[in-house]
Design a protein around this ligand. Sequence first.
Ligand code: ARG
Length: 292
Amino acid sequence: LLHPQLAAFAAVLDEGSFEGAARRLSLTPSAISQRVRALEDRLGQVLVRRGSPCQATAAGRQLLRNVQQMRLLEAEALQDVARAPGGPRAIAIAVNADSLATWFLPALAALHAGHGLLFDVRVEDQDHSARLLRDGTVLGAVTADARPVQGCTVRRLGTMRYLPAASPGFVARHFPAGPDAASLGRAPLLVFNRKDALQERFIRRITRARLAPPRHYLPSPAAFLEAMALGMGWGMAPESMLRGPMARGELRAIGAGRLDVPLYWQHWSIRSAALAQLTAALRAAAAQGGLR
Ligand code: ARG
C-alpha cells in the first residue's frame, strides 16, 4: 500500500543497501535506485547517503520517521498485522544490553506468542538510545532519558541497580582496604564499550576524581561477568546478574557502593495497538524481572 517510492526508500535504510532492498521488495537494484532518485528529485533533497551501509541524511531521517509510523498504522488499519502487504512487519525497538540480558525478553516472547508480533531489536546504550527514536530508526526504546523525545510518550520502567564486583582473588589483591583513589587508579577495569560510562561514573562518585586505570573493553554481558570471575578486572554489573555468581562465591562486591540507573520506555505517540500491547508487556516484565 505504501507509495512505491517511499517503500523503496524505507527498504534501503532497513536493509542498508540497494541490493538488500531489491531482494526484500522483489525488484531489481536499478528499480530501487530509480524510485529513490525519483523521490529525491520530487522533494529536491538528498535522502540517502550512498555507502555501506546506506544511511539517511537529515531530511531522510525526518521522512523515515513518518514512513515508519505510516507502516505501522497501515498494517493495523488492515486489522491483521500478519497479512499486511509485504508480509508481517517487525517492530523496531532499541534496548540496552543489560536489560536484554535480564528482564526484557519475556515481554517480547509473550507478545509473539499472543499476537504473532515480530521484533527488530537494536542493542544500544541507555544513555544513547533516545537518538534512535529521534532519527526514526526505532518506534520505541528503553532509555535512561526521562525527557520525552519530541512526539514520544515516556513511561518509567524501574531502576536497574549496578554493583561493583570482581572475583574474590581480585578483590583481595587489588582492594584489600576497599576501593579508594589509589586502588581504583591501578586496578584493571572492565568496560563494556566506548559508550559505557558506568564504571567511570562510579569511580568519580566515590573518589571525586577522574582516574584512568588500565582497561579492557568487552561488549557482551555474559562475557563481562565471566571475565570478572576469571580475574581480568572489576566492573559494574546488574545486581540481578550477580546474584548467582555471588551465591556460588565466584564474584563478590567491592565495598558497599552502588549505582542506580532509572530506565524509561519511550515510544512514538501514535494510536497503535501493537505499541500499547508492547508498553504493557514491558512494564510487566520490568516489574517481574527485577527492576526496582
Ligand atoms: N549500559 C550498556 C548496556 O546495558 C552497557 C552496560 C554496561 N554493563 C556493565 N556491566 N558495565 O547496554
